[in-house]
Unconditional design. Structure first.
Length: 577
């Protein structure tokens, strides 16, 4: 039976005077997002800078969040990065700490932070996940202004910070504290061990940082925190995994220090040129973004300018924040989504192949929203129809804008776009439920099916507020598959594996296993596919090692675990369903 989208496309072929968007505009969404954070037990407030007026730029960027199954029980847990404040002394025992919540499998969570050994009070920033030591337990890397943390998962519900021992504390030679932001695990040399990329904003020192009144630093006539223009940008870092629990900084050798832009925030890893090797895209603030093309010899070249992803459609620099990738055309190539500052739209770059992209922001329908300041960036198939949609998580950078009636406010709602085909998107935010419309100072957001009902939920880390957990309530009854990959020759997490899914009677879909992404956050490492009404699907996993596993005629509405090398000929043996 043809899907709703197939039917509407056939109508468009016979009625060309009606744009596809117009035909879809009256179709009920069938999905709404509801904020269930309170009933789920997510009560801890994220503390990040002063609430009314910020003195330093550091107080503005907020924190990331991770959907991660740390205890490998098949249910997603949640890790919230937390910050702190200047000139504030917290009573002993009430200091802000990052929080780990264990999924109770009944829609609620339990705070297990202290038991897990993850309590730390500091200026936390981002988080990414991956099994860096291939022991079968997913580990966490958390970025900070200052020394970062590498939390090794001990497999018993506890973690140990081994950053110093592993050599990834990210200290500078000048003594200044690095302002580490986005991060991602990747196996850039395909040796089976996860390496680590860490973006940097500036080497921030509050003793010498300019104060708002010094300029004065102004935004729309308001005195605000200074920067980043005029401040010395930080240098991103690439760590090579030595395979013995330690890492080596290879940033200079690998060509990372030749990056054209600076003020790095979101980090996105993907095989953007389809050569089988992971490339790195970095969203830079107020500077050209970077696209590091993997040269297959341990080095990278920043090709963002010639590839067409360094600037906006008008050729100007943007204040890039969050990043995501998806194959929105079903042609096996990854497009790039990037959120930007207020007054600018989120950018959507179409992958033309051959290492080239074109800015399709306005053609796609994203150019109509310029009043939002975007952070989290997510491609997600929220209606399980087999086509990636778009979510942006928003909130202004300056709390002072609440004083201006002309602004959309410090707290902002999210924007949800439905993919209506042929590279077009329709803004359906107003019909997507109260969770999308609730205004917050949103920063990091991540995707994952926390209640295991087959649709994608959203978790949001907010500035100086409690988090959001947006449960997706779906009445469309479309089918789905989630694919968990387990590497044997490749890294155990399967990060970098490319997964193809072809539903019965549908188009071929593609996604990759990503560490990091969005805005300094981590989504579920399992790959999610919407299948529409298809009842079977063929799966292929293309591993970083070069192996290919094929699983034909897979039954739907389940999690499929694919172990590398167990079914190269297409036999279903070795697949856990």
């Amino acid at each position: 039976m043809p899907s709703r989208r197939t039917f509407i496309r056939s109508l468009c072929a016979t009625l060309p005077v009606f744009p596809l968007e117009r035909l879809l505009a009256g179709v009920p969404l069938g999905v709404e997002f509801v904020n269930v954070a309170k009933s789920a037990g997510l009560h801890a407030k994220t503390i990040f800078g002063a609430e009314q007026r910020n003195k330093y730029l550091l107080e503005t960027t907020g924190c990331g969040v991770a959907f991660v199954d740390y205890d490998d029980d098949g249910w997603l847990d949640i890790f919230f990065v937390n910050g702190t404040r200047f000139e504030t002394t917290f009573p002993k025992g009430s200091e802000p700490i990052s929080r780990l919540y264990k999924n109770n499998r009944d829609g609620t969570f339990t705070d297990v932070t202290l038991k897990a050994g993850l309590a730390r009070t500091d200026w936390g920033q981002g988080v990414c996940a991956g099994d860096y030591n291939n022991d079968g337990h997913v580990d966490l890397f958390v970025t900070y202004w200052g020394d970062c943390a590498l939390y090794r998962n001990n497999g018993d519900g506890t973690f140990t910070d081994v950053a110093a021992k592993a050599g990834v504390t990210t200290r500078t030679t000048t003594g200044l504290k690095r302002w580490n932001t986005g991060c991602a695990f990747l196996d850039y040399d395909r040796d089976g061990h996860l390496d680590l990329y860490v973006a940097n904003y500036i080497d921030f020192d509050p003793k010498t940082a300019p104060l708002p009144e010094s300029g004065p630093c102004l935004y729309e006539g308001l005195v605000v925190a200074c920067g980043p223009p005029g401040l010395q940008g930080g240098k991103d870092i690439l760590f090579h995994n030595n395979g013995d629990g330690t890492f080596t900084d290879v940033s200079e050798k690998a060509g990372i220090l030749k990056k054209q832009g600076t003020y790095g925030l979101g980090v996105l890893v993907g095989d953007f040129d389809n050569d089988g090797w992971p490339d790195i895209y970095v969203a830079d603030d107020s500077a050209p973004s970077a696209l590091f093309q993997n040269n297959h010899d341990g080095t990278f070249t920043d090709v963002a300018l010639e590839a067409g992803v360094a600037f906006g459609a008008d050729g100007k620099t943007q204040a890039g924040m969050g990043v995501s990738a998806a194959d929105i055309f079903g042609n096996g190539k990854l497009e790039i989504l990037k959120t930007n500052f207020a007054g600018d739209a989120s950018s959507l770059y179409r992958n033309l192949g051959g290492g080239n992209f074109e800015d399709m922001t306005f053609q796609a329908g994203l150019g109509r929203n310029t009043r939002f300041l975007g952070w989290g960036a997510c491609f997600l198939d929220f209606d399980n129809d087999g086509w990636p949609d778009i979510l942006t998580c928003n909130g202004h950078v300056y709390p002072e804008v609440r004083e201006k009636a002309s602004e959309s406010g410090y707290r902002e709602r999210k924007v949800l776009y439905r993919n209506v085909g042929n590279g077009k998107f329709e803004d359906v935010s107003l019909h997507a439920g109260p969770g999308i419309l609730e205004a917050v100072a949103g920063r990091g957001c991540a995707l994952g099916d926390f209640d295991n009902d087959g649709d994608l939920d959203i978790v949001v880390n907010c500035v100086n507020d409690v988090p959001q957990l947006l449960r997706c309530d779906n009445t469309l009854r479309n089918n789905w598959l989630k694919v968990k990959v387990v590497g044997t020759k490749s890294n155990r997490s399967g990060i970098g594996a490319r997964v193809y899914c072809t539903p019965e009677g549908g188009h071929r879909q593609m996604d990759e296993v990503h560490s990091g992404g969005s805005y300094i956050s981590q989504s579920d490492l399992r790959v999610h596919f919407g299948l529409g009404k298809a009842e079977k699907a063929d799966l292929e996993v293309h591993w970083p090692s070069g192996l290919i596993d094929k699983i034909p005629a897979t039954a739907v509405n389940r999690v499929v675990t694919v172990v590398e090398g167990k079914h190269p000929g297409g036999a279903a043996s070795g697949v856990s369903q």
